[in-house]
Design a protein around this ligand. Structure first.
Ligand SMILES: [Zn+2]
Ligand SMILES: [Zn+2]
Length: 143
C-alpha cells in the first residue's frame, strides 16, 4: 500500500521510506526522535540527517503533513485532509479530533473575502489519561 503511495507520487519505494511510513502509520503523529527510535528498534541505523531528508521528501509530495507546535518538535502524520488536533500539555500526546472544519472555513469566508488554503486548529488541555492518572514531575514527557 505504501509502495503504491510512493509510486503514485513519483518516489522510488526504498526500505528507508517504507520504514518511515510504517512508523508514522503506527505512531499517528511522531517527531524526529520517535522516528529515529523506531528505526533503531527495527535495526536500521540511519542518521538523523537522513531521516530529516526522508521526511522532507515525503512532505513535499504531500504524503506527510507537518504539525507545528510552539516550543516542541514538529510532528509528522500521514496527510488526510485538514482536521483539528488536541494537544495534551502533560504527556504531549497529539490526538486527531473528528470534527468537520468546513464550517469554520465557511464562516471565515463570509466574514472576510480571504480565500482559505488550509486550516489548522489546535486545542490545548489535559487528556483523559493524564487527568485520571496524573504523572509525577519526573515522568513528564520531554524531561
Ligand atoms: Zn496526557
Ligand atoms: Zn492529525
Amino acid at each position: 500500500m505504501d509502495e503504491a503511495l510512493l509510486r503514485a507520487k513519483g518516489l522510488k519505494s526504498t526500505p528507508q521510506r517504507l520504514m518511515a511510513l510504517k512508523a508514522i502509520h503506527e505512531g499517528g503523529h511522531i517527531d524526529i526522535d520517535q522516528l529515529h527510535a523506531s528505526f533503531n528498534l527495527s535495526g536500521m541505523k540511519v542518521p538523523i540527517a537522513t531521516l530529516y531528508r526522508i521526511l522532507g521528501e515525503l512532505s513535499s509530495v504531500g504524503i506527510l503533513h507537518t504539525v507545528t507546535l510552539s516550543g516542541q518538535k514538529t510532528r509528522y502524520e500521514i496527510a488526510k485532509g485538514d482536521h483539528p488536533h488536541f494537544l495534551c500539555e502533560q504527556c504531549g500526546q497529539l490526538e486527531d479530533l473528528n470534527v468537520a472544519m468546513n464550517e469554520i472555513v465557511t464562516i471565515a469566508q463570509h466574514a472576510c473575502s480571504h480565500s482559505t488554503r488550509s486550516v489548522s486548529v489546535m486545542l490545548h488541555g489535559v487528556c483523559h489519561n493524564c487527568s485520571t492518572f496524573p504523572l509525577s514531575q519526573s515522568e513528564k514527557a520531554g524531561e
